[in-house]
Write a protein that binds this ligand. Structure first.
Ligand SMILES: Cc1cc2nc3c(=O)[nH]c(=O)nc-3n(C[C@H](O)[C@H](O)[C@H](O)COP(=O)(O)OP(=O)(O)OC[C@H]3O[C@@H](n4cnc5c(N)ncnc54)[C@H](O)[C@@H]3O)c2cc1C
Length: 550
């Protein structure tokens, strides 16, 4: 049952067993799974509004328009980033039902087997290992054919996917003119081997991207885990526009009570769960609601991203139609009428994960193991963002996915409405700078593959012979965030003095409070982070059920 007005809920005078703070990626998984049991009464408190009929949320190609600085964004800004010439960056987080799964770029990559096995080792709980989590990966995933129905043989490995889960995942549903060149390059340069399926646990190599797209529409935790058949459950209530401001002690060291209010107005209300409060407000929201003592203990930096791009000898790139109102309108009509065409996809068809072989000669390896990547390359048939007046482009975005730097999220004041101070500390260690520099060189080598001969004309802002210093200068002037903050309320072994939650995701030292979102990972996965969030939440739901004998 979806309610948009606090008064409509309070007049019902309901009591709830479980209160989920944040109807985001993880929160909606918990809400769905706990309400499978009709005797569990579940309430979700979401600060943002509805995701319904928001075009930039629904249309996959428009994902980059959903943030930053929109009504669906928390509209945070980082502190000045030392390694990025002191620039402060927009720091988007979904402020809408579905949370960041409603505004993200939809890339679906689980991470490597070693990433999850490291969670098991660090937390002391083998239940967080890759093999133990495979059933939860499949519970999350409803893999379907792409919207154009093309033959996907050789583009993914069906044996590693889930076909009966809840959240829809598919391959690109519109061919890109550079597809065959990218795949050809994997046969030409040993550095970029073809990887049939990066969701197999072995992520290294270049291949076809998978994304949370359902027949031309975004699949988010709101459209999937809160689909109409689930929202119709009489034991599940979702309250929108409900900002949680504090956790209050229900009794000494017991935290089952939350304070919340409608938007930023009105009198604060409190509500107490009879069983548990589950904090799922995300890597920024969760520590902001929690407490400073917690904040001091666990911090992980998100990866940073740079975006080398190349002038190409073609007019068949996005710039051509993005500059032309008539062509743009035609694509919109095609999407509206048939959910086909360019707009059914996010702005990429291929990505790959790679290591810098020489890194270990100079630095301690920040990756979770020798089979896990240091950086990612994302190939796009045009520029990300508004096109310049002239030129056609191909982008190869480079992301450091195994950062060693640690950022922080701290309270700015005792005002519960104040935005936290977010310092992701992008490229904050020499190894991160090294990885990014090598990633840019690698992107240049990929663009120089014979497959791109006669197609790629020249890089923009860099040259194929740029020096290390020139690359570093380009990066510090242009790099940004790739939106994956993690680990701000890390799990640690039971009894360990560090960390925020135990391996069952219960907050240490108190009763009645659990954290289920991406803030609990002790290390960021070397991947895009929504799949890991869904997987963690699926297991967490079973942990909660087990704790209550269900
Ligand atoms: C612009 C962008 C692009 C991204 N692209 C990708 C991608 O392509 N692929 C990928 O895998 N990952 C991507 N990510 C990252 C991924 O979406 C996140 O890692 C993941 O969704 C995090 O899930 P979560 O449950 O931890 O938090 P969220 O999904 O952010 O959920 C937190 C929820 O809590 C709510 N909340 C917070 N504070 C309060 C409060 N005080 N009271 C009530 N509610 C509150 C929020 O409004 C939100 O709904 C992207 C993220 C962004 C922002």
């Amino acid at each position: 049952i979806l309610i948009e007005n606090v008064a409509d809920l309070t007049k019902l005078k309901l009591t709830f067993d479980f209160i989920v703070v944040g109807g985001g990626t993880a929160g909606n998984v918990i809400a769905n799974r706990l309400s499978e049991n009709p005797s569990n009464k579940v309430l979700v408190l979401e600060a943002g509004g509805s995701d319904a009929n928001v075009l930039n949320v629904e249309v996959p190609f428009f994902a980059p328009r959903a943030t930053p600085y929109t009504p669906q964004d928390w509209n945070y800004t980082t502190t000045a980033q030392t390694a990025l010439k002191g620039r402060s960056l927009p720091y988007p987080r979904g402020f809408v039902l579905g949370g960041s799964s409603s505004v993200n770029y939809m890339v679906y990559t689980r991470g490597s087997k070693e990433d999850f096995d490291r969670y098991a080792t660090v937390s002391g709980d083998p239940g967080w290992s890759w093999n133990s989590l495979v059933p939860y990966m499949k519970k999350n995933e409803h893999f379907i054919p792409p919207s154009d129905g093309h033959n996907t043989t050789g583009q993914f490995d069906p044996t590693v996917h889930g076909f009966a889960g809840i959240n829809t995942v598919s391959l690109a549903g519109f061919p890109s003119p550079i597809d065959s060149r990218v795949i050809q390059a994997t046969t030409q340069l040993k550095e970029f081997p073809f990887n049939l399926d990066m969701n197999s646990g072995s992520t290294l190599g270049l291949g076809w991207g998978q994304s949370t797209i359902n027949n031309g529409l975004r699949s988010s935790s709101a459209t999937s885990y809160l689909a109409p058949q689930f929202l119709a459950r009489p034991n599940l209530y979702v309250l929108l526009n409900a900002r949680v401001t504090r956790l209050l002690p229900t009794a000494t060291n017991v935290f089952r009570t939350v304070e919340y209010l409608q938007n930023l107005n009105g009198t604060p209300l409190t509500i107490t769960a009879t069983k548990e409060v589950i904090l799922s407000a995300g890597s920024v929201g969760t520590p902001n609601i929690c407490c400073t003592r917690v904040l001091a203990t666990a911090r992980r930096s998100p990866p940073s991203e740079s975006n080398p791009f190349f002038f190409v000898n073609s007019t068949n790139t996005w710039e051509t139609w993005e500059r032309n109102a008539t062509l743009s309108a035609q694509l919109m009509t095609e999407w509206t009428n048939s959910k086909k065409g360019q707009l059914v996809d996010l702005p990429l068809n291929h990505l790959g994960f790679f290591r810098v072989p020489t890194l270990v000669n100079q630095f301690k390896d920040p990756a979770s193991g020798p089979g896990t990547s240091h950086y990612e390359l994302i190939v796009s048939n045009g520029l990300l963002g508004a096109p310049p007046a002239t030129g056609n482009f191909m982008s190869i975005s480079t992301a450091v996915v195994a950062p060693a730097a640690r950022g922080s999220v701290t309270l700015s004041s005792s005002n519960v409405f104040a935005a936290p101070v977010i310092n992701p500390n992008l490229l904050g260690t020499p190894v991160d700078v090294f990885i990014m520099r090598e990633a840019v060189k690698s992107a240049m080598r990929l663009a120089s593959a014979p497959a791109f001969a006669g197609y790629v004309i020249s890089p923009n802002g860099l040259s194929f012979t740029s020096t290390d210093a020139q690359i570093d200068a380009f990066v510090s002037a242009n790099a940004g965030t790739v939106f994956h903050p993690a680990g701000t309320a890390s799990m640690s072994p039971k009894g360990a003095s560090w960390g925020v939650v135990d391996p069952n995701l219960l907050v240490k030292g108190v009763t009645g409070l659990r954290i289920v979102d991406l803030s609990v990972v002790p290390f960021i996965p070397a991947a895009h982070t929504q799949a890991a969030t869904y997987i963690i939440a699926e297991r967490a739901a079973d942990l909660i059920k087990a704790a209550w004998g269900q």
